[in-house]
Structures are given as C-alpha cells and as structure tokens.
Design a protein around this ligand. Sequence first.
Ligand code: NAD
Length: 436
Amino acid sequence: MEEAPHGAGAANARRSARIPGFHRMSMAERRAALAAFAGLGDDDVARLAETGALPADLTERMIENAVGAMPVPIGIATNLRIDGIDRLVPMATEESSVVAAVCNAARLNYDDGGFTTSATQSLMIAQIQLVGVSDPLGARLAILENRARIAEICNACDPVLVRHGGGFTDLDVRIIESRSGPMVISHIIIDTRDAMGANAVNTMAETLAPHIAGWTGGRVYLRILSNLADRRLARARAVWRAQALGGPDVVAGIVQASHFAEADPYRAATHNKGVMNGVGACVLATGNDTRAIEAGAHAYAARNGRYASLARFEENAAGDLVGTLEMPLAVGLVGGATRVHPVARLCVAILGVESAREMARIFCAIGLAQSFAALKALATDGIQKGHMGLHAQNLAMMAGAVGAEIDAVAGALVASGSVRMDRAEAELARLRGKGA
Ligand code: NAD
C-alpha cells in the first residue's frame, strides 16, 4: 500500500507546485513563494538568504530557480607529501571523520616519502550515435576515412583550446549491437588540457554529427561526452611500513580487506565509497563536477565486466603495505564553476597547482589515503571507535544541546561507551536539571 502523505507533505498536497514565472522572480520573491508553499518562517527564509561566500548575484547565475546556498564545511588535509612536495589539501564534505582519516593516513607515511603519483594526458571521449544504416561496416570505414576532416571540424570549434595545446587527438569507431539493431558509435578523443572539457567536447560532437550523417546516410541521435574517461587516468602509490602500522597483523588485515573488495561487489561498493569520500570532497572544494567523477569512477571499477575495487593493497617483499589507486579523474582548473565560485578559486590557490593533471594526481593520492585509513580502521578497531567522538557531537546537537552543552553531552556519551540518541537526550536533560 502507498504511504499516505503526512506532516508537511499533507499540507503541501493541498498547494500547487505549478508556479508560472518562478524562474523570472527575484531570489527574494522566490523565497517568499517557497515560504508560502512550505510554511517556512522568517528565520528559515533569512537562513536561506545567507549565501555566505557565494554572492547572491552569482548564486542566481549558477543555477536556475536559486533560492539560497548550501554551506558545506571545508577542512584541510595536512601531513601530505606528494611527489616530494608538501601539500595542504582543502576538502569540502558534510561527513565527519573524512578529513581526519586523510591526515592520519598521510602522517603514517610522511617520513617514508608519502605518495607518488602520475597521470595520463587529459583526453576526453565524446560519442556520436549513428543508427539506421544498413551497412554498419561500410559506415564505420566511411567515418574513419574522414579523420583529417573530423580533426579540422573539431579544432575549428575551440580555437582557445587549440591555442592551449589541446584539441582533436584521435578517432575510434565502434559497432555495437543493441535491442534496436546495430549502432555505429564514433568516439572523438580530445585533449582538453586544463578544462574538464564536457562543454568543449559536446560542442564538437554536435557540430560533427550532421557530417557523419551525410557521409553515411544514417541518422544521428546522441552527441555527448562519455563520463567513462578511461583515457584520463590518475594514479597514486604509497608504501606504509608495517612498523608504522602496528605490525604485520595490521598489514595482513588490510591486504585481506583489499582482496575481499576485489572479489565481492557488495564490499567493493563500500570500499569505493571510501575512496570517493576523499576524492569527492576535493572535487567539490574546487568547484568541479562531483557526479561526473563519481560516474567515471564506478564505470571504471566495472570495466572488466564485474564491479570491483579501485584502490588495491598488497604486501611487498619487506613486509610493508603497498597501496595503489588508478581511476579516471576528469577535473579542470578552468570552465564550469571552477573559476566562477570564489571559494573554489581559493581552494585551487591553496593547492598551488599549475595544471589540471597535477590537481588530478593530488586528488588520487587523497583517494588512496582515505581508502587506506578506512581499511586500517576496519581491519583493526572497526570504524565506529574513530567515528564516535564526532558522531557523539552530532547526536548531542540533534538532542538539542547548544554551546558548551554539546561537548559536555558528547563527552559523557563517549565515556559511557554508549553513543546513542536516547542517551544524548537523557544526558542533556540531566545536565539542564543540574543547572536549574
Ligand atoms: P567550459 O566550456 O566552461 O570551459 C572550457 C573552455 O575553456 C575550453 O573549451 C577552452 O575554450 C577554454 N580554455 C581556456 N583556457 C584553457 C586551458 N588552459 N585549457 C583548456 N581549455 C581552456 O567548461 P568545460 O570544461 O568544457 O565543461 C565543464 C562543465 O560542463 C562542468 O560545469 C560540467 O558540470 C558540465 N557538464 C558536464 C557533463 C557531463 O559530465 N556529462 C555534461 C554537460 C556539461
């Protein structure tokens, strides 16, 4: 049975979500309309209006129907030594323990050299879908014969990119079988340099599409990049000495955890979520496209036909732990929100990188650090021990604690070994009773 609307849902059911001209209203007018619909008070509306470091006029320009902004904490990951350079890395995340995990992982290998990284060129793939050809093999060759013309058409779309050393690099044409019959899928491979490149390659694909239809007599439908950016990989490697980790048992536990994730998609999904805790936070902090990176990472994790783990851990001949991570990381320094969002610009400046590839390599090291920290905790104490301090604070706030009460309630919860909501409420009541 379907659940009946309740609470705000029941009230909303009587109101209309059809608000003509909402997009033409000012932000203040939109907030007023929203408040009337959702029953928001003046305080709620004022909170929405606080866009913080994102100026209101910019907020409006970034997305449609904007009513406010969502502040997410930025924490700084310390202790990182990456390719011989010390880095402080800004991470934007709502999840507690993520930043601390990276700092701990990096502290444990800092003296032994930290992380070593590398990356491929910034090559993005755009796909053009051709259907309705009776001779897909012939169509494929007809497209390939036009390679030089295709390069010209693509490069003419983006002289600025070409000026920066980017542009068309390669062409691949695949025939795929589908439920609608054979499809001829052209891949244009574009070096997008310091841009993520979605807009750049989408424009090229759209411009090229009618030419492909003309050369083959077929019909073109989709023209868009692939987020499986498997020609734009970042790689990170690190060694953690067994002694620094607490001995060979810890190394063995982490290796076992890694093998579990390689073998089991249920575990691999959570293992990769750990990697993305780190990577996603850096991607968000720099105004890059978190969904594009997530989609690419998970598709890459399944590239061999079965979903598997991205970060891997093994034991070297000396008995130390070797961690490696390879994943697509299509992030940019220009384009999208990266240059527009003032906090994103600041985060890029803190990173001190000169190219998008350099940034991708740092993010990959963060993903590896995060994965290491999660596995180390799982293979030893379990993650709850580390999470509990911050979790206790969250529970204290949820129970209504404010100011000094938060630490007092959280401290009592941790000390009691029972970090639970009901305990937080009881402790807060006890504290307030004592104060009264
Ligand atoms: P963009 O078009 O805003 O900027 C890229 C352009 O900047 C290049 O085409 C080039 O002309 C110019 N440029 C200047 N200096 C450059 C340099 N040093 N290197 C490279 N280019 C330079 O942005 P974009 O990166 O093409 O697209 C990213 C945006 O597209 C993101 O906001 C993303 O969310 C969005 N998007 C993503 C998808 C997807 O992932 N499926 C689809 C559509 C749009």
